[in-house]
Design a protein around this ligand. Structure first.
Ligand SMILES: Nc1ncnc2c1ncn2[C@@H]1O[C@H](COP(=O)(O)OP(=O)(O)OP(=O)(O)O)[C@@H](O)[C@H]1O
Ligand SMILES: [Mg+2]
Length: 261
């Protein structure tokens, strides 16, 4: 797929790891996928099917065994820096304040603080954490920490955001709020988002399309179009069309034997 609107091209990408005893683990098998400019694309699949591996390949943190990843037409061949990364565990630095954590990329790249601190403060305020700039991570709740991690990923305004189960560790209510907040941010910035989740309803709520992966070695099983109107709010979960897409996705996992009745 290489239409004009495609930003990220994943072409025939496979990844085989060599374990400590020399055994080979094929995590990902010939995966083809195109992600459009400004698209919100979710990836769902059983544990161990290579979702995190795929994100690391896109970020250039791992090398492909077969195939190639291209971003904006250029093959990724090392850590790709124009990218924001958010993980399941927020990986905040304990000894840095909220502001210090959001400023991490700026400091690591030796950029001038005065050029980025105003934006960092603006981001912190935009996620409702004004007044918490000087707190340390241990003084925050899980949802607050995850918001800080999101601000950190957004600081240098990367066009691409990779999110690996960022809300997996949150309680259900906080998680729903974070989904709404993420959608608001995405609506305003139209970043290209690659979002990994185990939650089918989370994927349906957020995405333009959902990639359903097979069990390991992961391949694309099916791509589901989420043709629900935007902007979306949480009431959309109660609609029949939302339920129909959730149902269709779940059926795919049943057919693959990943979930049973
Ligand atoms: N660095 C590594 N060395 C060896 N094997 C690895 C490495 N990283 C991942 N694997 C293996 O590759 C497979 C895919 O792992 P990956 O973390 O991508 O799965 P995942 O889909 O993200 O799973 P989960 O949903 O549990 O996070 C697994 O079998 C895992 O054991
Ligand atoms: Mg993973």
């Amino acid at each position: 797929m290489s239409s004009g609107n495609t930003l990220i091209e994943i072409e025939n990408v496979g990844k085989t790891f060599v374990g400590q005893d020399g055994e080979r683990i094929m995590a990902l098998d010939s995966t083809d996928l195109g992600i459009g400019h400004g698209e919100f694309l979710s990836i769902v699949g059983p544990s161990g099917c290579g979702k995190s591996t795929l994100l690391s390949l896109v970020a250039g943190l791992l090398e492909t065994t077969t195939g190639a990843v291209r971003i904006g037409g250029t093959t990724v061949s090392g850590p790709y820096t124009d990218i924001g990364f958010a993980f399941q565990s927020d990986l905040l630095v304990d000894w840095r304040t909220v502001l210090g954590n959001v400023m991490l990329q700026c400091d690591m790249r030796g950029l001038a603080r005065r050029d980025h601190e105003p934006r960092a403060r603006e981001l912190i305020a935009s996620v409702g954490l004004e007044g918490f700039e000087d707190k340390r991570p241990f003084e925050l709740s899980g949802g607050m920490r995850q918001r800080v991690a999101l601000c950190r990923a957004l600081l240098l305004d990367p066009p691409v955001l990779l999110m690996d189960e960022p809300f997996g560790a949150l309680d259900a209510l906080t998680r729903e709020q974070m989904q709404v907040d993420l959608l608001t941010m995405w609506q305003e910035t139209r970043k290209t988002v690659l979002f990994v989740t185990h939650s089918i309803s989370e994927a349906v709520f957020l995405s333009d399309r959902i990639v359903v992966m097979t069990p390991r070695p992961g391949r694309v099983c099916e791509i589901i179009d989420v043709d629900l109107d935007r902007p979306r709010d949480f009431t959309i979960r109660d609609t029949a069309s939302f339920g129909a897409i959730v149902h269709r996705t779940r059926l795919l996992f049943q057919e693959m034997g990943v979930i049973h009745k």
